[in-house]
Design a protein around this ligand. Sequence first.
Ligand code: NAG
Ligand code: NAG
Ligand code: NAG
Ligand code: NAG
Ligand code: NAG
Ligand code: NAG
Length: 591
Amino acid sequence: MKAGLSWLQAALQGTIFLSQLLPVVAQVPLPTPAWTPPPASSGAVSSPNANRPNKQWSTLLGELLYFYDAQRSGKLVSNRVDWRNDSLTDDGKGYTDLSGGFYDAGDYIKATFPLSWALTSICWGALEFGNGYKDANQTAYLDSTLRWGLDWLIKAHPEMNTLYVLVGDDQKDNNYWGGDQNIPSPRPAYQVNDTHPGTDVAASASAAFSSCALLYGNKTLSSSSTPAALVNTTYARTLLTHSRQLLNFAVNSTHGMKQYQDSVPQIQDAYPSSGYYDDLALASIFLGAADSSPTLLQLAKTYWDKGSLSHGDIALDWDSKVAAIPVLMTEVLASQSSLSSAQDANAWKSAAESILDQIVAANGPGYLTGGGLLYFDGSSDSASLNPALNSAMLLVKYAPLASKSSKSNDYLAFAKLQLDYVLGNNPMSMPYVVGVNPNSPQNPHSAPASGGSDIGNINSSPPTEAHILYGAVVGGPTKGDEFWDERRDWVQTEVAIDYNAPLLTLAAWKVATDGNDPFYTRLQDGAYAANRPPGTSRPCSNPDVPCGYEFPFPQDRQIVVGVFLGLGGAIVLAMAGWYAYEWKKASTKAA
Ligand SMILES: *[C@@H]1O[C@H](CO)[C@@H](O)[C@H](O)[C@H]1NC(C)=O
Ligand SMILES: *[C@@H]1O[C@H](CO)[C@@H](O)[C@H](O)[C@H]1NC(C)=O
Ligand SMILES: *[C@@H]1O[C@H](CO)[C@@H](O)[C@H](O)[C@H]1NC(C)=O
Ligand SMILES: *[C@@H]1O[C@H](CO)[C@@H](O)[C@H](O)[C@H]1NC(C)=O
Ligand SMILES: *[C@@H]1O[C@H](CO)[C@@H](O)[C@H](O)[C@H]1NC(C)=O
Ligand SMILES: *[C@@H]1O[C@H](CO)[C@@H](O)[C@H](O)[C@H]1NC(C)=O
């Protein structure tokens, strides 16, 4: 009897212990059987009619979310990707639990700055196009994706003024090319804190929490939109607490404001920030909307002015948020009457339209490639599709608020052109999303999907990518619209959690509003092969853009280049010195 009782007690304790080990379960129950992507060939079949919800757009939405499952780190729960395993379950062991979250791209680091933007972007879009997720039967996967990211971000923020910003060693992790079972570990993790602040990354994480708190808290950003049905006020409150603490940390650190790579130089190569005023402004608006705070909107205006953001970089990506700020502010002022008098709504509207008009005119910092892709020199060079998709996402979000209906139409039409380009209406006839059509990229730069372990032969070992990384948006073509589909060419073929985010919002918009197929259903097998640029690899014609070498740039070659540049610099200096000396001699003589 006694033995029986203790057995029972042990079992009970064991159960309690185990239940503590299990991660938080998603609120919306996942379907059984799980939704999984259909074969790529199904993306070459047109729908018989133009009814909503369109099956192809719904499938695309599902696949874009499925990609995030393939990027999961830690102990996998309800894993849909059969070639993925539990990995790096003891990240942070010894100081704080940093297991879980998402691998940022084709390698295995976990990076807070791009993650925060990806989550912000997804929640912002889901506030508007919830019906798209609903009609595609993808709301449960949206919930589990967001929670997988947010629950990790909560762990990465264990104290008020501590935020982990990088797990893994960027150099070392980029030098590991292989599966998810042999990733070098234990791994270092790097934080910002009060003595070593990171204003941009703290503000950015704050925005992720508050934008998602709006979604989980059932607040809308427009009278016409329907947020995804994820309401859970307990979760929303938790997210809000983190958001408030992080914005406070960003703004009020006793060591002032700093770009986070100044505190954590280890992030410099992967995701350095170009400034923090954009992050501060965006975070202040999202939190201001969640807390209905005119003071926070005023704070956003202060940062907008302080950073001279009206003259800022309008290409939107994980680093540069300028273009999103007046769009979001306009939405917030239009949707919350208690805030409508807090700011000059018309001034924000013109700021938004000045940016969007420039994008649509495509004759400013952003211009069209020959094939019609919106291209920003600089931002587009390392991932050409991303700024174009982000711009399209902004145009679609803002269109209902435009000052004239003709403008609204122009915005939507331009967004549609970009979307069509990305989905196959381009000179390569390639839909730049893996697994959605027979012409999709076959060689995304992804260590786990490739099945290879020979970093010297990323392209050919193995000859065929081992696993199809369904739903992954790749970096994209050159500004000459060319795409070689080579695994080692990370600029063109790498995947990333922030690349997928804007297309997710655009696909949700399409599911909710359009019965017609995405462009790629017209592309039959062989279309890309017929258009693929000649030659076996990308020529190094543009010195600004890395190409044709293995990533990462091998250290020995870095040294050679460094010595070369150093020598060049010394020669230039010596010549300048000699000229100055001669000139001085000459002028002394003349005097
Ligand atoms: C709401 O979210 C919390 C925190 O994740 C979770 O514990 C709870 O079960 C959720 N509530 C419902 C009703 O799903
Ligand atoms: C969503 O689920 C419903 C009910 O099971 C089904 O009738 C419908 O076809 C599904 N929609 C999509 C786009 O899969
Ligand atoms: C997952 O584990 C299996 C079995 O060990 C292995 O074959 C597979 O390659 C692993 N997946 C990755 C992405 O490494
Ligand atoms: C604060 O962050 C810096 C930079 O990451 C780190 O070197 C330092 O150890 C941290 N301070 C504490 C108390 O952990
Ligand atoms: C969310 O808000 C809408 C109105 O804004 C309301 O109709 C709906 O019932 C709310 N949902 C929940 C779960 O509270
Ligand atoms: C910064 O600190 C001041 C003074 O304590 C406080 O009033 C303000 O709310 C803080 N700012 C943020 C964004 O939390």
